[in-house]
Design a protein around this ligand. Sequence first.
Ligand code: Q46
Ligand code: ZN
Ligand code: ZN
Length: 312
Amino acid sequence: MKCKKCGEKASVNMRQHRMALCLDHFIEWIPEQTERFIKKYNMFTREEKILVAVSGGKDSLSLWDILIRLGYKADGLYLGLGINEGIGYSEESHRLTDEFARKNNLRLHVVDIEKEYGHSIPILSQISHRGYGKPCSVCGLSKRHEMNRIARDLGYDVLATGHNLDDEAAVLFGNTLQWEADYLLRQGPVLPGMDGLARKVKPLCRFYEREMTAYAIARRIEYIYEECPFAEGSTQIFYKEALNQLENSRPGVKLTFYLRFLEARRSGDLFVQKEAAQAHLHPCEKCGQPTSAPDLCSFCRMLEKADTTGSS
Ligand code: Q46
Ligand code: ZN
Ligand code: ZN
């Protein structure tokens, strides 16, 4: 197979675009496309301050790399979750993120959940009795809260995450199977900001996971290969595998699923549009972040419960 741009031997074949590229052209094509998506979905401008949530994985480090190559002002945020089962997941991902920032002369903020709140994510999950033994619900809640807090306190305009098309299609698949109208209405490349909530963007949402792996390798980015030990057996992975099976026999089906959804959501065709739940938000009494609960947001409630249970 030949590269579409130069005719040399191609290294990456993107069946969904009926296009193959050599490595040199592939690592140029990825930022060009990212720039196109940033503009198309009005994610941010070159004047805005971007905070990239970096986990040490291929997607978030590649996103940081791409934004810097494109000339955006992007700093990183690493959250220490204290997940040290198996290979020492948190320690290793922190090390790799630090190294990337240092090599590229980039600014990295580090927040360690245990230092900040007294307990690591697995412990918080145990003592708050959320998530039926898996720390993922406490982890997700804490990550959202902390990313928002840092973005707001340090004056960032926008928070960027490295979600790729496989992540987005799997979430969409799950929400469609359960017909979660509220979640469906909020899913997209941009979640607008509001008082106390930073705008959230996903510049890689149209790239397949395998493209991001190829990019990270081609750019010689050292990232953590292992998944978080708690990801094993998750519903998300099950949906990803199901979609990959469909993709194998129908190349492009994942991308079409996601893009047609965005189109339907934009035009309002498929949904009985509901009043956005955001209209009823007010500041949490403790941390000030918007919440629909009467007094404390779910993160502060979880911490309060963990503190009472943990100290009894
Ligand atoms: S939620 Fe769950 Fe992930 Fe947190 S505990 Fe690990 S698998 S890192 S995206
Ligand atoms: Zn080429
Ligand atoms: Zn709160």
